[in-house]
Design a protein around this ligand. Structure first.
Ligand SMILES: Cc1ncc(C[n+]2csc(CCOP(=O)(O)OP(=O)(O)O)c2C)c(N)n1
Length: 976
């Protein structure tokens, strides 16, 4: 029988049965009635099994699948193969197929019956019913009958009882695995093999068990200590989720064995203090000192600082001789928004390490269950995870799933069964594990780490736990979850549960476990005493890759950086911009553009915007500074202006001239991004944090779309340095300008950036010349400090005949200009009637109209850099035209653009200069709810009118947006 069993579903029999099934599938009447009945009873799963009898595609890779047939087996032998009658064969096949269906059901659905919830709030009855062997055509009487399963589960033959025991242990223990959604056969079979071979349990050594107990003791001990010493102070404790700490430890330990050298962490508030100290080894004394109200920064360092559960840190940890550098990214309270930032840092570190296999640096992101399910940026990160320009070779996502979000229960905070469902968008494997079984969580963390290192893909560990206290420690959870909290109150801490387990196993005595806890409390007590005199003696922001850079001081901001480039270099780089390999078929229209570029470089005249940009990039590259630009369609450029990647018209090969300038040049990366703003901007910001020596740029398709990344802009770019002492030199390219294309395609919302300007936090500019753009880009990486650069960038000016610069303006003697003076032939300065200050594209409208009308007594001064506000230079220009009236002209509506930013600053200058005119006057569009009209001829009329008014209308006639209050108290535009 054994021997017959062994041959039933292999070789020719398998082919015979599968062919029978194939015939049945096309025509049920074409097979014998008994087979038809058998096949007819099969559900979808059974049919899939039958269809796979010849060996499914993913089984061939190593996973042993029942009935994998030798490809050359001859079907003709089948009729009485193995000495069985057709009836016997049918019967045995029935058993085997059913058993296999059962096993498959557990693989796919076992997690629903797994014991995942320490609170035991889940009702498993439906899951048990779903997986009951009786659903698969078996009866109790079948339990002990041997069934041939052809080495699935590592057994050739097993009784139904054995099968059920094994799959229950493997798939329904305290770990539930979701992996059958994975389409990559190698990944799927790897997981199946990895977990089935050991029934999804690690046999930990005594040492391993003790280490878990120690980590749990520290995790719990810290929370307990804080609860006593700082009762009621917010700490967003880890109580109920302490198993996080041994799990993280495992990720590093296993990771370091598999080549990890750097791990970038991103995490939210929950348990952060525990992670900072127990995992990242921030001194406890420092933490206690912060609890006592002291700053996390040294006294001589300025800045706003931040609450302690937002702070980052870095550390080196040693695991069996392997050192891993850890850095926890500082983050704002906006949940999940740190995720792409951490990933961008990982990418930069991989670049620095030369880690092309992406096994040395990794992101480890810790999430809350409600935030993971609710915040869209999580999906954006998954969307980026396998893209060439953004992949980091997989992230380990660890979810502290305490089954609540503030006061909101899961049924209100997600639509799917699990908080992890979003991870299925990239077919990540998901390990759900019960935190009250620490060994299971540590085991899952280990497999997740191995998976990430093996497949360079994202993986999720969902640690199901609970939150012992309220959302923070002064919050009363029973207001909203009385039953849950009754249950929680009865639960012993995880440490206690595990200590008891180890006592039972004889690994420790109860006294040893208690002593471990007492010793830790004693050591915290001595750190607590030390905290009283703890001083942060050094800020850590200028270490590692930041060494040699410094903080900004005022002098430095005003210093004229040498950003010009020698003529020969410019010419050489310029020649490289138009070079491409022989036999590369460039689009004829682009050839024309390249020829025009060539002419610009050769003559040194008429350099346009994109050529200036390419010269800035190219000169930096040959000087050894890498350039990374990412944004939607940035390779070509939204306005078809950049063409930094040439595409062969016959085979779509790509060629980037900027990558081929010189031997030994730095790396140029231009990336067409996914259609995300927050995710991508966060990523590039993270990249810039880790790599201060590269020029990193993010480009919005149109400036207004950056509003989708507002959180990154407000909370990281504008305030990151002030809060966390973390500089960034990221450049934002934001197409802006009123050209009649409607609201979103006109305005990059300049006003929003200007509103956030303070403490020299960043630079906000709106240039009118390619040369200034060139210098600003170079200045960004040639200064001794880093500040984000927010640039309004042109659209129509990209092709405007006047928006050009001579090459000389980029050469060694040339430099950046914060303000551009009027150099036209006008009446003498003291006869100038009016000085119009403006910024950006409207300058050309004013300039051309002034020329057309032959006006000679109106000067136009361009404020190229709005922030830091070049007060002295602006004042010098106002002083220069001593008798002139002062006007600010802009094309944006009065409640937008730079007006409300410049107005008080101009008024201040007028006052200082003691001018008769004390109020700067506004000339521009009326305040408006939408950023621009969508009707083209309205746009044309408005634009013509504001230009005409600026040049000719008496000051008293100007439309003053905020002069008159209406009855409703609303400030309205007083139309004349
Ligand atoms: C984007 C965002 N919205 C709202 C909040 C306010 N908030 C802070 S914690 C929290 C609940 C988070 O729940 P979960 O992700 O499950 O983490 P837990 O606190 O339970 O660990 C909320 C709503 C926030 N910080 N960020």
């Amino acid at each position: 029988m054994q021997q017959n069993q062994a041959t039933i579903l292999s070789g020719a029999n398998a082919i015979y049965v599968s062919e029978l099934y194939a015939r049945f599938a096309t025509d049920p009447s074409s097979v014998d009635a008994s087979w038809a009945e058998f096949f007819g009873q099969m559900g979808d799963d059974g049919r899939a099994v039958l269809a796979e009898l010849k060996g499914p595609p993913w089984g061939r890779d190593g996973a042993k699948v029942i009935g994998a047939a030798a490809p050359d087996a001859a079907p003709a032998v089948a009729k009485k193969a193995g000495g069985l009658s057709v009836e016997e064969l049918r019967r045995a096949t029935t058993d085997s197929v059913r058993a296999l269906m059962l096993i498959r059901a557990y693989r796919a659905r076992g997690h629903v019956a797994a014991n995942l919830d320490p609170l035991g709030l889940q009702d498993h009855s439906a899951a048990y019913a779903e997986l009951d062997y009786k659903n698969f055509g078996f009866a109790e009487a079948d339990l002990d009958r041997p069934i041939f399963i052809d080495n699935v589960l590592g057994l050739e033959t097993a009784t139904l009882r054995q099968i059920v025991e094994i799959v229950t242990a493997t798939y329904c223990g305290t770990i539930g695995v979701e992996f059958t959604h994975i389409q990559d056969p190698a990944q799927k079979s790897w997981i199946q093999r990895r977990i089935e071979s050991i029934h999804n349990q690690t046999q930990f050594s005594e040492r391993g068990k003790l280490a878990i107990l120690e980590r749990l003791t520290e995790a719990e001990g810290l929370e307990r200590f804080l609860q006593v010493k700082y009762t009621g102070t917010k700490r967003f404790g880890l109580d109920g989720a302490e198993t996080l700490i041994p799990a993280l430890e495992q990720i590093l330990k296993r990771g370091s064995q598999l080549g990890l050298k750097e791990v970038v962490l991103g995490m939210a508030h929950r348990g952060r203090l525990n992670v900072l100290t127990n995992f990242m080894k921030k001194p406890f004394a420092q933490l206690f000192s912060e609890f006592q109200g002291n700053s996390a920064m040294p006294e001589d360092v300025q800045g706003s600082g931040d609450v302690k559960y937002h702070l980052g840190t870095s550390a080196d940890r040693d695991f069996d001789g392997n050192t891993v550098h850890l850095s926890l990214t500082a983050n704002p309270s906006h949940l999940e928004v740190v995720d792409p930032v951490a990933l961008g840092k990982v990418r930069a570190k991989q670049q620095q390490l030369g880690d092309s296999g992406r096994t040395q640096a990794m992101g480890l992101v810790i999430h809350g269950d409600a935030a993971f399910a609710g915040q869209g940026i999580v999906a954006e990160c998954f969307a980026m995870s396998q893209l060439e320009g953004y992949t980091t070779g997989g992230t380990i996502h660890f979810i502290v799933n305490n089954q609540i979000g503030f006061t909101t229960a899961p049924r209100y905070s997600r639509s799917g069964p699990y908080c992890t469902d979003v991870a299925k968008m990239v077919q990540a494997p998901i390990f759900h594990a019960n935190a009250d079984d620490p060994e299971s969580v540590v085991h899952a963390a280990r497999i997740a780490t191995e998976f990430r290192q093996e497949f360079k893909a994202d993986v999720v560990v969902d640690m199901v736990c609970y939150r012992r206290h309220g959302h923070n420690e002064s919050d009363e959870p029973a207001f909203t979850q009385p039953l849950m909290y009754k249950k929680i109150a009865q639960l012993p801490p995880t440490r206690q549960i595990y200590a008891q387990q180890l006592v039972k196993e004889g690994v420790v005595t109860a006294e040893q476990a208690d002593k471990m806890a007492a010793d830790f409390q004693a050591s915290l007590e001595s750190d607590y005493q030390a905290a009283k005199s703890f001083k942060v003696n050094k800020a850590d922001w200028l270490e590692g890759k930041w060494a040699g850079l410094g903080a900004l001081n005022e002098e430095e901001e005003m210093r004229e950086e040498k950003t010009g480039v020698a003529f020969e270099v410019l010419k050489d780089v310029g020649a490289g911009l138009t070079r491409f390999p022989d036999g590369f078929h460039v689009n004829p229209k682009i050839i024309r553009q390249l020829e025009a570029k060539k002419k610009m470089i050769e003559t040194g005249q008429g350099i346009d915007w994109s050529t200036a940009e390419a010269l800035a990039f190219g000169s930096l590259l040959v000087e050894g500074t890498p350039v990374r630009l990412s944004g939607q369609d940035s390779g070509r450029g939204t306005f078809s202006q950049r063409h930094s990647v040439l595409i062969d018209q016959e085979d779509e090969r790509r060629f980037a001239p900027l990558s081929n300038l010189r031997e030994g040049q730095a790396r140029f990366e231009v990336i067409d991004s996914l259609l995300s703003e927050a995710g991508v901007l966060g990523f590039e910001y993270g990249y810039s944090l880790a790599e201060p020596r590269a020029l990193v740029l993010w480009e919005a398709q149109f400036g207004d779309f950056a509003n989708g990344a507002q959180v990154i802009i407000d909370q990281f770019l504008a305030a990151g340095e002030a809060k966390w002492l973390r500089m960034s030199g990221l450049v934002l390219l934001l197409p802006h300008g009123y050209e009649g294309q409607g609201a979103e395609h006109s305005s990059a919302r300049l006003e929003r950036y200007l509103q956030s300007c303070a403490e020299d936090n960043w630079q906000v500019c709106n240039f009118t010349t390619p040369a200034n753009y060139f210098h600003a880009l170079r200045r960004q990486v040639r200064r001794n400090f880093r500040k984000p650069l927010v640039l309004m960038t042109p659209k129509s000016l990209l092709r405007h005949k006047l928006c050009i610069s001579p090459l000389a303006d980029m050469s060694s003697q040339a430099r950046f200009h914060r303000v551009l003076f009027d150099t036209a032939q006008l009446v003498p300065d003291d006869k100038v009637r009016r000085v119009i200050l403006c910024s950006g594209k409207v300058y050309y409208d004013l300039f051309e109209e002034r020329a057309k009308r032959n006006i000679k007594d109106v000067a136009i001064v361009r404020v190229e850099q709005l922030y830091p506000w070049p007060k002295d230079t602006v004042a010098s220009q106002i002083r220069r035209y001593a008798g002139a009236e002062l006007l600010w002209c802009q094309e944006e509506p009065g409640n937008m653009g730079a007006w409300t930013f410049v107005m008080p600053r101009l008024n201040f200058i007028l006052e200082e200069l003691n001018r008769g005119q004390r109020q700067a006057i506004y000339c521009g569009r009326a305040p408006s709810a939408a950023a621009a009209t969508g009707v083209h001829h309205h746009h044309d009329e408005e634009q013509a009118k504001l230009v005409e008014q600026a040049l000719t209308a008496p000051l008293g006639d100007m439309r003053q947006p905020f002069r008159r209050a209406t009855r409703l108290g609303e400030y309205q535009y007083a139309a004349k």
